[in-house]
Design a protein around this ligand. Structure first.
Ligand code: NZQ
Ligand code: ZN
Length: 382
């Protein structure tokens, strides 16, 4: 096993930590505060951020939508260039953070910055960014990934760079009290599936990473139903927030042959049908695991035993029970698991397959998920 572990994001976790922005951002910085549709104004987070930045030069750019779009973000790039912005502060959920990462890379980019996404053009410079997270889900606060949509072409695509890790992230669980149940459930499912994409793989030998992954899955299993039911004691809020960060902050994936097929398929469903990111994952993961259970057999049996306490019956029965428990868990936290639950026709399976075919994409840890196999597994999730 060979890997380099480097996570440059400094995290300030806990109630009251928003005030620490002041010590993180240079006093003379020209700051652009980016945010979404207004939740930070309604829950008091915006006021806390501005209080921490009193006396600083702060411009604002709002309106970054869920599944952030090129069409919106390019306006922020123009604003940042015109105003000579040299520090970005993203305040919100994964969409605001992801969108701000692209702004950070796009502002100094020479040429068409959409190439960073569409052609994976190398990112050689980026404006520094910080994050105040208000929705535990994506792990974007402590990784170098972003997913950006372009409405004009119907695409939803990924880019990543070590240069867009946030310099710092504020994780105050109190900011999550204003989330509606749908977003809480989405966050739990997203974090759970992030772990699965790095854990439910066939190559053995990652003993420490397996145990770390199982710890996060067990924590989500323990806390998820309480959080989704609206229980807001500090231990629940804090546990969910820290679990989501740990699920995708590069630690558990060190040296692991990762999968990410569920996400790749899910992004296509969001682009085509507009489902929330986590809703697509709840539909795809169980179908994918059933489809790939031959390849992933050993790890699925470990998952059945260590995460769902399933020790009796044939190996096949234990694997099926573990997948069924996973589905039931997603539904319990309020995220349905069939396409029909979202009024999406099974015909979307062939549309997704066609897009993958056009791009020449082969998915899965073994690159054996051809467009035809993706179509078949999606039809099984009708
Ligand atoms: O826009 P505002 O008004 O802020 O409202 C948001 C939005 O409507 C609301 N919200 C956020 N915090 C809130 C709140 N409402 C009340 N109280 C709060 N404290 O929640 C709604 C959804 O927000 P969004 O940021 O879209 O959700 P999430 O954090 O789930 O992010 C989803 C995006 O992240 C991408 C997804 O593809 C999707 O585009 N991902 C990013 C990843 C990464 N960077 O590593 C990995 C993930 O797998 C994922 O692909
Ligand atoms: Zn995700």
């Amino acid at each position: 096993m060979q890997f380099t572990f480097h996570n440059p994001t400094r995290i300030h976790f806990g109630a009251g930590q928003i005030a620490r922005i002041a010590e993180e951002i240079p006093a003379n910085a020209r700051i652009l505060l980016t945010f979404g549709g207004g939740s930070i104004h309604r829950n008091g987070v915006h006021a806390q951020v501005l209080a921490a930045l009193a006396g600083r030069t702060v411009l604002e750019f709002g309106g970054i939508e869920p599944n952030p779009s090129y069409e919106t973000l390019i306006k922020a790039v123009e604003l940042a260039r015109a105003e000579r912005i040299d520090y970005l502060l993203a305040v919100g959920g994964g969409s605001v953070l992801d969108g701000t990462k692209w702004i950070a890379a796009a502002v100094p980019f020479v040429g068409d910055p959409w190439d960073i996404i569409s052609r994976q053009a190398p990112v050689t410079a980026a404006i520094p960014l910080g994050a105040v997270l208000t929705l535990p889900a994506t792990g974007s606060e402590a990784n170098g990934n972003a997913v950006i949509s372009r409405h004009s072409t119907g695409e939803k695509l990924y880019f990543g760079s070590p240069l867009v890790f946030p310099k710092f992230a504020i994780l105050d669980p109190e900011t999550t009290r204003s989330l509606v149940p749908r977003q809480v459930g989405n966050g739990i499912v997203d974090a759970f599936v992030h772990v699965c994409e790095q854990y439910l793989v066939s190559r053995p030998g990652t003993v420490v990473q397996d145990r770390q992954a199982e710890a996060i899955l067990l924590a989500l299993r323990e806390l998820g139903p309480a959080a989704a039911a609206g229980r807001s004691d500090p231990a629940v809020l804090a546990g969910v927030m820290w679990a989501a960060t740990n699920a995708l902050n590069t630690l558990i994936g060190c040296g692991v042959a990762q999968d990410w097929a569920t996400h790749a398929i899910g992004h296509e469903i969001t682009a085509l049908a507009g489902l929330d990111h986590a809703q697509t994952l709840a539909v795809v993961l169980p179908a994918l695991l059933r489809h790939q259970q031959g390849l992933k057999r050993a790890k699925l049996l470990q998952y059945a035993e260590r995460v769902w306490d399933l020790r009796d019956g044939t190996p096949e029965a234990r694997i099926e029970a573990a997948i069924a428990r996973t589905e039931a868990f997603f539904r319990e936290v309020g995220v349905p698991t069939r396409l029909a639950d979202y009024h999406v026709d099974a015909g979307i399976a062939s549309q997704v397959a066609e897009r993958l075919r056009r791009r020449g994409d082969l998915l899965g840890e073994a690159r054996d998920l051809t467009p035809e196999r993706v179509e078949a597994l999606l039809r099984s999730a009708a």
